[in-house]
Design a protein. Sequence first.
Length: 340
Amino acid sequence: MRKKWKRKILINNPDALDRVQIKQDLRAGNQVIVQFSHPDFYGSILEEVDELCARFDENFGVRFYGHNSLSFDARTLLKIPHVKNLHLNSLIHAHNIETLSALKHIHSLHVGIHELENSDILGIDSLRSLRDLSIISDKKLLNLQYVKEFSHLEHLHVGGKVKNLEALGYLEGLNYLALHSISKLPLHFINRLKKLKHLRILLGGREHIQEIEENEIDHLEICRIRGFHDLSNITRFRALTSLTIEDQAQMREISFDRGMETLEEMTISNCKGLSFLSDMERLPSLRKLRIFKTAIDFDSFIQQKLPRALSELEFTTSKSKVDLEIQDSLFKLGFQRWSI
């Protein structure tokens, strides 16, 4: 199951809460986050916020961010014990973070504290019930050993300095995983995640993802990874429907050594060294293709046998005159522009 993105409505430093509007926004399928940037703004309203936390599900959340030069005092969380969706991010410092243990209803937690004081934060027992976790550690070496006990976790975004990354292999129910700025650590553990459908690897550095064997991943995104140049195992992703490759300066070629029957959408963007995209006829279900800012020669590319299903094709070089000519050629060949 692909992670479902919802429209996020932010209510920033409110003096009062419009309960009727919040209810309407939630009923419309949105996510509503009440957020505070400084203690001056939440001193008198958190009791009412907690009432709404108790009333609504995890689509209603609370966020603490900024705080300028102040350290966020996590004892503030004692005023919202019913919170189910909590964001502690864009913070430089926080203290008394062990107060998270008092949150017995929490399902979704997003932590981005630049100077995280406790590298064993995931050892807090109340966090074992999480279904959605995002945590980035810039300075402390975050210990991931504890996630072995997170049996309900479905969505995980983890990044920065970490140890015991292989512990993620115990998350049998995980269907969404984003690895952010994690360099060169082996990825063999991904082969144990049989329910994983959505994999994003962002930033950091590695040359390839050859450790990943045949799998049932539905969506793969490779973005801005230093030194990445080898995607020769792409056909091991036999269930893939969507592929995104962005900002990979070392990539020279993408080819498909066997059929990928389910791949429907592909975006290749800002891969300036990429000269060859070949064996396209092995992608019979490909409907949408975007190629932005690569070294691929359009005239050579368009001459190859393309998938019959391909109806939406964009090819952009960033040279306005050339792009107009290409757009005209694609229009004459019957291709539509990519629609959202």
